[in-house]
Design a protein around this ligand. Structure first.
Ligand code: HEM
Length: 230
């Protein structure tokens, strides 16, 4: 087996494993969003409020968000990109478009309803949504303009942001499993039902900012091919 085939095989195996890990969250988000849109009170939960545009935006963002959590992995797959560039281009437009809708839905809810954690949580999630929106515009725009190097940078940022909501739940899962495996009340005051504990406050930013910084470091360490820039 050649080195390229081995590298492609390992990359696809890694992404398939990640897809398996993300699957439960994507399925939860899409199922809850669909239930909420169709009027299921349990799926709507505390988000229903007095109804209107805010909750509707949030329900739709769950459906769109679940889709991009998985689709972003397909965009990441180098072998797919090299062997089927048309698939990459079409699914890239889809990911970017759906990511933009996800961000708009989440931002609408924050603007109209706020968040359970108050101003600090709203600030962290607003920056998250704005960054996702910018990346969703920049990645396809630069690809169409032929700026491969800058397209790659924005595409990597977009993929990180698409996976960040899943990482948010993974952080909580690990924290609760270590800190209070038998009784969630034992996690207070680190994490409270009002999302006001120290862990909650850190989480408002920690599910995307550190990963974006790591991505920037990785982008600077890995060479670009300037010949691909038109
Ligand atoms: C990767 C995409 C995303 C997915 C899959 C996703 C999924 C979800 C889900 C399922 C919920 C309901 C809570 C739960 O059942 O866990 C939720 C809540 C929320 N999401 Fe997202 N989301 C995504 C991206 C975003 C973005 C980009 C923003 C920011 C604009 C955002 C803002 C919010 C807010 C504000 C809440 C409610 C917070 C509260 O409890 O008050 N989400 N999200």
């Amino acid at each position: 087996m050649g080195r390229t085939a081995l590298r492609d095989g390992l990359a696809l195996f890694g992404l398939a494993f990640l897809a398996f890990a993300v699957w439960w969250f994507a399925a939860h988000a899409v199922t809850r969003g669909l239930g909420a849109v169709s009027g299921d009170a349990e799926a709507q939960g505390r988000f229903a409020g007095n109804g209107g545009l805010g909750p509707l935006g949030l329900y739709l963002h769950m459906i769109f968000g679940g889709i991009i959590s998985l689709l972003a992995l397909l965009q990441w797959a180098g072998p797919v990109r090299r062997r089927w560039p048309l698939v990459h281009r079409l699914s890239g437009r889809l990911v970017a478009g759906v990511a933009a809708l996800t961000a708009v839905g989440g931002l609408t809810y924050i603007a109209l309803e706020g968040t359970i954690g108050g101003p600090q949580m709203s600030a962290g999630f607003t920056l998250y949504g704005v960054l996702m929106l910018v990346a969703a515009v920049q990645a396809p725009r630069l690809a169409m303009a032929g700026g491969y190097t800058r397209h790659r940078r924005w595409a990597v940022r977009l993929i990180v942001l698409c996976l960040a909501s899943w990482l948010y739940r993974v952080h909580y899962g690990v924290f609760y499993a270590i800190q209070c495996p038998d009784d969630a009340a034992a996690c207070v005051p680190w994490s409270t039902p009002e999302f006001s504990g120290l862990f909650d406050l850190i989480q408002n930013w920690a599910f995307y900012l550190p990963y974006l910084i790591l991505a920037e470091i990785w982008l600077r360490l890995t060479p670009n091919d300037p010949r691909k820039d038109r």
